[in-house]
Design a protein around this ligand. Structure first.
Ligand code: PLP
Length: 403
């Protein structure tokens, strides 16, 4: 800890100097390893949030840290006016990993969502024959795709948009999980359907079986692009490499982020066919840091670790174990426990404590987690978690939910 600053001082300083756009719990992280985190007073926690799925590999994974240091010492940033071997091999390896042909790299998740929206619009005007400025993208109610002005323009959360208007036009919302609503919403101006396979920020909402497959067919039939935002669900989180894989669905575009950066850097990408990504010409889109050699080297190592450690397969087992034991907890406060793999939500009943308060109590017990929506406690540990660590967390979760 910085000399002469108590934890109370640090919390006060955080409120004084940081814009108040987060309601942070008073945990001041000092260091971390694997699934464990220690605060500045030496208190130990288990991480049940994993940086909103950015930390699929756990904290300070030795191979990823080594990759980061190696490349930082070689060359970190190279403008896209030049090429680097790292960028070229990253694109090749990620495209192959996804069973696709081309990659457009960027940094944060929202940036990749914006990229996909631009791609879909240009595709609609240049390939589908939609009249200029008329393209529509269908999205889902209760979605979360990031925080830029365009993205919050199609949010259904009033706080995200009400005082940030005017909204960007060109979007239409339909209920999530209702393939019939998609069919009904498509017109000749529809460029794409943008969807999360599981709504993470929306409260871990899992659509009915067969939903994505049916959406895939509807999009094919109507010459509409299927864009799947796997930023949170991708890279093993749900027990398959991509959540789409549970239904053998291949979208037209994957939007990827979070874990792609190995838990150490922001790395995102849009991945799709050559035909689709080739609608961009030089100057249409870009980013100073997108595809820099440091990010690309780390992301390549992240993909290697995913495969070598068979993380998706592991998650099928640990996720099932975690869910089964959570469902055994007998508590009058629990409304529902739902999840796929290690993306789990515990919905508590309306009228009692809300999820934020439960998370506060869980954090006091050493379980770092966060609420999503008002009544859902999100449980999403690093994918490397083992059964002993799950048991440690389960004991504390049961204590908090039953007392
Ligand atoms: C599904 C989904 N899309 C997009 C985003 C935005 O990513 P970022 O916060 O990196 O901009 C998130 C972040 O939580 C997400 O869960």
């Amino acid at each position: 800890m910085e000399e002469n600053y108590s934890k109370t001082d640090l919390v006060w300083l955080s409120k004084f100097y940081l814009a108040p756009n987060y309601n942070s719990y008073p945990v001041i992280v000092d260091w971390a390893s694997g699934c464990k985190v220690w605060d500045v007073e030496g208190k130990e926690y288990i991480d049940m949030l994993s940086g909103y799925s950015a930390l699929n590999f756990g904290h300070v994974h030795p191979k990823i840290t080594r990759a980061l240091l190696y490349q930082a010492d070689k060359v970190a940033v190279c403008p896209r006016k030049f090429l680097s071997e790292e960028l070229i091999f990253f694109a090749k390896e990620l495209a192959e990993f996804c069973g696709m042909e081309m990659v457009l790299p960027s940094n944060g998740g929202a940036e990749a969502v914006e990229t996909a929206i631009k791609l879909a619009r240009k595709w609609a005007y240049t390939k589908k024959g939609v009249s200029k400025n008329r393209a529509k993208i269908i999205t889902c109610e209760n979605n979360f795709h990031g925080r830029t002005v365009t993205i919050v323009s199609f949010s259904s959360e009033p706080q995200y948009i009400d005082l940030f208007g005017p909204r960007t036009p060109g979007f239409k919302k339909i209920p999530f999980g209702d393939a019939g609503a998609l069919r009904g919403a498509i017109t000749s101006d529809t460029a794409a359907f943008l969807v999360e396979p599981i709504q993470g920020e929306g409260g871990i909402v899992i659509p009915p079986d067969g939903y994505l497959k049916e959406c895939r067919e509807i999009c094919y039939e109507n010459n509409v692009l299927l864009i799947v935002d796997e930023i949170q669900t991708g890279f093993g989180r749900t027990g398959k490499m991509f959540a789409c894989d549970h239904e053998n669905v291949k979208p037209d575009l994957y939007i990827l982020g979070k874990a792609l950066g190995g838990g150490v850097l922001p790395v995102s990408a849009v991945v799709g066919s050559r035909e689709l990504l080739s609608v961009f010409v030089p100057g249409d889109h870009g980013s100073t840091f997108g595809g820099n050699p440091l990010a690309c080297h780390v992301a390549r190592e992240a993909l290697n670790v995913l495969r070598e450690e068979r993380l998706a397969e592991r998650v099928l087992e640990t996720g099932e174990y975690f869910l089964r034991h959570l469902r055994k907890i007998k508590s009058p406060s629990i409304k529902e426990v739902r999840g796929r793999g290690l993306l789990i939500g515990i919905e508590v009943k309306f009228g009692g404590l809300d999820a934020h308060e439960y998370c506060k109590r869980l954090i006091e017990e050493g379980v770092l987690c966060s609420d999503t929506k008002r009544y859902v406690i999100r449980i999403a540990p690093p994918l490397i978690i083992n059964k002993a660590e799950i048991d440690w967390a389960l004991e504390r979760i049961e204590k908090v939910l039953t007392t």
